[in-house]
Design a protein. Sequence first.
Length: 440
Amino acid sequence: MKKKDIIIVCVIMLLYSLLSFWRLGSFKEPNTFTEARQLTFQLDTKQRISKVVFFTGHEVKQIQIYLLMGEEEFLLPMPTDTYVFNWYEIGVNAEIDGLKIELAEETSLGEIAVLNQEGNTIDLVPLEAEGKVLQDEQDLVPEEITYYHNAYFDEIYFARTAYEYANDLPAYEWSHPPLGKLLMAIPVKLFGMAPFYYRLMGNIAGILMIFVMYLFANKMFKSTKYSVLAALMMALDNFHFAQTRMGTTDSFLVLFIMLSYYFMYCYITLPKEATNKKRYIMLLFTGIFIGCAISTKWTGLFAGMGLAIIFLVYFLYDFIWAKQRKEQFKTILVCFLTCIIIPILIYISCYLFFPNIQYFPTKDLSGIITITKEMYRISFSISRATSFLFCLVYMATYAKTSMVCCNIFCRRTICDFWNRKSCNLVDRYHKFSIFNHTSN
């Protein structure tokens, strides 16, 4: 790219970044948790309360909260569903002396707060030493519970698993390969568990996609005008904008696929006088990035099929019609090594270096084979004879759905989406989403 192109794409990425990082998520949420089976808290004086607010940890089975009113105990109605790393509030209008909390096995709690009629937190006195853990971050209790503070949608799986990788705990989510979750775990390990940090790497991947799109268009059209158009189409696509701001692994998947296709395009467009070394480098990067895509989600396999078709057509053209048969068998060997062996090694390495998976430890090849079979079973739980057809139908349906969603989202501009009114609508959606229940 020319210097002018570098400046233009950097400006587009900078403007996009300013929007994408705005209200990405809170920087700090409770990071101390307890799994004590029972805890009791007392108030200094009997007071009327309006809310009980609590924050869940990385495991949630069952939580029971009792209001202590003299000799009586009143069990609070809990939200229908409780998910990990979420704030919940329960509306109350009663005078109480204290609280009692009971946690089931494999349940962790990060914080609990009681609010008076004015909305201020009331000091709770823990009767057990472990109870202090639930009172040490009261300043983090949010005034309003929204996506800004809570994990939502598939973040309840991916963010949880990123936290577990960062803290050397058995990884919960195993239905997808681990690379994307390992990337999410990097800022969580460095800075702590909070929405901003488990969404950070996906958002960066979304920004890098704009650069790759500009680079790809520049390579194809040799035109700054069309390169800017391509980059802007991605930057102004609200489906891309919304998806990459979530703490899920799809951002990495798409980025890796785009990079693998970019290097394959570089390979097939190399001039005839290009050295074999340069050709093999392009194949190497193609293999590395498609390996990363497959190690993020198996959807990368379908992208790999597309790369294989492109390579095969290009190879046959050279081998049959152009009759350039020199070095062709060497090219096949290099392609096999770079685009098959290297992706397999990347895939296996992700499991071998991080084998601590809750249900299927992957300390050796047999463990990797076992978890791969289980992933296949839950992904394609039909007969072998129809599994390939199912894959094609599934991908076609997924693509059509994505296009429809993209169409809907693109009817709004980013500026429209992020004005105050739209933010309120988004917050309201998250508040009443099935992934974000609150009880009043």
